[in-house]
Design a protein around this ligand. Sequence first.
Ligand SMILES: C[S@@+](CC[C@H](N)C(=O)[O-])C[C@H]1O[C@@H](n2cnc3c(N)ncnc32)[C@H](O)[C@@H]1O
Length: 440
Amino acid sequence: MMSDAARESSTAAGGGRLLTLTAGPPAAGGTFVARHEGRVVFVRGTTPGETVTARLLEDPEERAAARFWRAETIDVLEAGVDRVPSVWEEAAVDGVGGAEWAHIALPAQRRIASEVLQELLRRAGVSSFPIEQVQVEPAPHDADGLGWRTRVRFAVDADGRVGMRGWRSHDVRDVGANPLAAQAIRDLRLGEWTAPEGTEAIDAVAPSAGPAAVVLIGRDLDPASVTIPESWGDADVAVRTGRGLVPLRGDGTVRERVGERLFAVSATGFWQSHRRAAELLSEVVESSLRAPRGGSAWDLYGGVGLFAAVAAAQVGPEGSVVTVEGNRRASQHAAENLEDLPQVASATADVTDWVRARRGGVDAVVLDPPRSGAGTELMGLLATAVRQRIVYVSCEPSTLARDLAAVEKKGWRIVDLRAFDLFPHTHHIESVTVLERTKG
Ligand SMILES: C[S@@+](CC[C@H](N)C(=O)[O-])C[C@H]1O[C@@H](n2cnc3c(N)ncnc32)[C@H](O)[C@@H]1O
């Protein structure tokens, strides 16, 4: 039964009416579909088939005409077969966000994610690939889905307490053991530290080569007010204020190793978060891009050049690769990281603008856009410009599905689509889709 504390906190959080709901199939955002008096309710914190007490997130009177409501589980009345004790107690109701499936058995998380991905592809009208074959695979050697997150954004409250924001809340909550974070981030023990006045957030990074990094973020934060605690060991430390990045120890850059190659990345810049992701995705891109020797390739949304390195090895010194990235610092890092590969050029630009301005085509393209996806304009441009293969790396299946449907209409077909659980205990899905022309 619902504890007094949960009932009290539901009121304290301004929560709405309590409903008894039975969860059905998965929906977007890690929720599950239930029905109340015929109306759809998207419920968070449950599993398929279980009956829960859930708190409505909106006022049912105000949303009387709405097609659906949203609710959050506050008590389990009849547990579903996929429910397990949460791997992160602090991520339960009224806890931190970012681990909304921590109470679901890991194989069931992957089964549910596969259903979500398949449904999104079906709904978008993707038709050139047997969608029922798409299954989310675990990352290699990831037995428990813990200790994988190499980038963690902590929140800081007005008293300098370090934690994480609650789901749909600005309150800073205790992270407890923070079990999804890489060991090097847990070792920093940020939850026990009091941040100096003016600290708004903290980025902690556990790179695969070299020490961890801590970046204190605050518009008016005074770098002189930071005393580095012993628990941070040899971690690099920097402060990011409204005026830019001030390194206190190290140079504000971390190093990542993929195979034999080292990549420099800004401590606050983008790098694949799961500790096995960069290597895994590089291997999948390597086996699927097939850029011809002496040919040409583009690495779009290239970051610091991860996939450009793969493309450069395929085209060889006689070929050419352009890596296109909008963030100036990341683009500079890409140029430096790949300076031993004269066949690679680095462009700082908006990807769609850059592709629109190209004359002539390219043999192969790998693109890895942010969650908003590539968009139908870019997919249309690529459908014309690319001669052989497009490899689309995606972290958001809804925009991927839209973009795949768009490029299918332009005469392309999917020859492979693999999905990976690179965000265990969350609903997020990474995938790599390989496309070829159906006509010349
Ligand atoms: C998902 S990351 C991929 C980075 C890289 N492929 C990797 O795996 O490390 C997306 C990258 O696209 C960049 N980006 C986002 N929107 C962009 C745009 N419109 N034009 C160019 N780059 C963009 C971001 O700065 C980020 O580095």
